[in-house]
Design a binder for this molecule. Structure first.
Ligand SMILES: Nc1ncnc2c1ncn2[C@@H]1O[C@H](COP(=O)(O)OP(=O)(O)O)[C@@H](O)[C@H]1O
Ligand SMILES: [Mg+2]
Length: 337
């Protein structure tokens, strides 16, 4: 900007902390156990420009779904903020809140769970269009036909109910329902994880087409790294409720800057069948988010651990223009193990 001011980011996650308190049992009380909490998000900071597709990866339990649910407002952060076009989402009221709920849509892994089995596709889409008053009554049939076209379902799908469709088709209905309200951000949490591999690619390609056509911003949470690489402009790697690495997709996949990212890539052998040599990978299992390790949360499993890692929590720092990683080593891949 000519006046030197920084443009307002489209979506900005600022040091978000989410804890889930665990109820103390009677035994806990009698034995004087302190209250405990699951530390699901531990200061996540992230900016997402309009039109970006951001992949979010990490082992199960690292906080990906919690982040997705916090962004759409299903979970309230204990600390930090989600800012949309410069406004704190938690403070939005009335019409502004409804507008956010329309502009940011989540598509779920299991549309069975979120689609009412008694309702036809026409009823599902009519409901979505009516809630946010997207179209007049007379325009609704035309819009439903358009939405079915967009997600490449035949027109006669309108009068069927969810159980009459395959898993992939049900995902398309879920996508059509989200698109009905003309969102700007789509948050897809393990959208295709439950589908057959051949169907996964079709649904992901559909999402990619729609993203380009409507200039959507997409947050794509998944554990299949090939799909993430295919669809994402940037990828964020989460470990125990933190982003440990974030960067442009190809940079991150070809030269990861965090040992945890390396571990994830190595655990997906079909990513690069030509690479035979395997570097040392993470030991053991994900520690409990009830009590986080000191220093770098990854240190108990890291093959490159040294003293500083046990004490000092590393912050994200730049590696070139395209990548950030939270590791005390400048370049772990050059460190001996
Ligand atoms: N509603 C909840 N109540 C209690 N613990 C939760 C809740 N949701 C998630 N968690 C815990 O928070 C941590 C992060 O979970 P989640 O965000 O689902 O991770 P991911 O999606 O990466 O698998 C896990 O330890 C999980 O058990
Ligand atoms: Mg999840």
């Amino acid at each position: 900007m000519s006046d030197g001011s920084v443009p307002t980011p489209f979506l900005s996650i600022e040091d978000v902390v989410v804890r889930f308190d665990i109820k103390r049992t009677l035994l806990d009380r009698l034995t004087g156990q302190p209250a405990r909490a699951i530390h699901a998000l531990n200061g996540v900071r992230l900016e997402i420009p309009r039109g970006e597709t951001l992949g979010v990866v990490g082992e199960s339990g690292c906080g990906k779904s919690t982040l997705a649910r916090t962004i759409v407002g299903l979970i309230e952060a204990n600390d930090g903020r989600v800012m949309f076009e410069g406004r704190d989402v938690a403070g939005l009221k009335g019409g502004a809140r409804r507008a956010y709920n329309r502009r940011v849509q989540m598509i779920f892994q299991d549309p069975y769970g979120s689609l009412n089995p008694q309702m036809s596709v026409r009823q599902v889409l009519t409901e979505a269009l009516s809630v946010h008053k997207m179209r007049s009554k007379a325009e609704i049939p035309g819009r439903i036909a358009e939405l079915l076209d967009l997600v490449r379902l035949p027109q006669d799908a309108a009068d069927k109910r969810p159980h009459e469709f395959s898993g992939g088709q049900r995902q398309r209905i879920g996508i059509a329902r989200a698109l009905a309200v003309e969102p700007e951000i789509l948050v897809a949490d393990e959208l295709v994880s439950a589908l057959d591999v051949s169907v996964q690619a079709q649904v992901v390609n559909l999402l990619l087409d729609l993203q380009q056509r409507f200039k959507l911003t997409v947050i794509f949470v998944a554990h299949d790294l090939r799909l993430v690489r295919h669809i994402s402009d940037r990828v964020a790697v989460m470990y125990l409720g933190e982003i440990v690495e974030i960067g442009e997709t190809e940079a991150l996949f070809t030269a990861p800057r965090h040992p945890y990212t390396r571990t994830l890539l190595d655990a997906a052998p079909d990513l690069d069948p030509t690479r035979r040599t395997r570097v040392a990978s993470a030991k053991g299992e994900l520690p409990s988010p009830l009590s986080l390790p000191s220093g770098c949360r990854f240190h108990p499993r890291c093959p490159y651990v040294f003293d500083r890692c046990r004490e000092e929590h590393p912050i994200l720092k730049a590696h070139g223009a395209r990548q950030l990683a939270a590791c005390h080593l400048e370049d772990f891949s050059k460190a001996g193990v």
